[in-house]
Design a protein. Structure first.
Length: 100
């Protein structure tokens, strides 16, 4: 019984350490989104977490120090396209999002 308790404790500790080790630092720099010629650019400084794209978003440029994932939904879930630092991508209009 005691061996089982020790084993469960080790597994729990490993899980907690594994989760802590996979946390990423926030990106440093800007994500810039172009929507239309008559609107100012949307600039996200040092973005972290999931950010919903503007409704008319057209192009996203990644000026951060890390990759940015672009999703076709507002929840940063499912398939995504990656924009590497210094690159840009066309983004889905309406309900897209990104995470850095």
């Amino acid at each position: 019984m005691r061996t089982r308790a020790v084993l469960i404790s080790l597994v729990a500790a490993s899980a907690v350490l594994g989760l802590a080790g996979s946390a990423q630092a926030a990106a440093t720099g800007d994500v810039v989104v172009f929507s239309t010629e008559v609107q100012p650019l949307d600039v996200y400084r040092d973005p972290s977490g999931c950010q919903q794209l503007p409704t008319a978003a057209h192009v996203l440029t990644n000026q951060t120090d890390g990759p940015v994932r672009i999703y076709g939904n507002p929840f940063c879930l499912g398939p995504s396209v990656v924009a590497q630092p210094g690159h840009g991508v066309h983004v889905p209009g309406g309900a897209g999002s990104f995470s850095a």
